[in-house]
Design a protein around this ligand. Sequence first.
Ligand code: NI
Length: 192
Amino acid sequence: MEVICYPHPTLRYPAKPIQRVDKELREVIAEMFRLMYEHKGVGLAANQVGVPLRLFVMNESGKLGQGKELVFINPVVTKPRGNEEMEEGCLSLPGVNANVVRPKTIFFNAYSHTGEEVKGDVTGYMARIIQHEVDHLDGVLFVDRLSPSVRNSIDSDMYTLELDHQSKQKTGLLKSDEELLNESKVWQEKYC
Ligand code: NI
């Protein structure tokens, strides 16, 4: 498994709810944590590794052995309150960072990989990460939430990623968008 980058089509395809968790899916979760630490992220959504299921992992500290590892299965965000601007980046948009305005406080509920319900009010950094990751599961990227002027300022970075994707497809390093999407749907047949 590897972290896929914009404009990979799986990032734009809404992930589907998970009906069951088995050994293979727990191995996917372990691999997601490994990749998240390797790329120095604080959160990673399953569709960022080509698995279009409603699942993400996070560790606010971003470091293995520190902070708390959390697994969110079928997360739902409600009761957004307040507003806050904070700089965001994304492992699927390497080199792109920008300030994003989002609700400061939210309520969330989800299931852990052991089937326990987790829920609560969260604010600040943790609320930020949860909203960013749930966006991923809906096929939304943080760059979709920028004001037009800020979005313009990162246009060339986005274009560079698009060219890279196209050149990989032309040279056969990456399959076509259609094949990539079909490949990812196998996960939904198994777990949805
Ligand atoms: Ni991201």
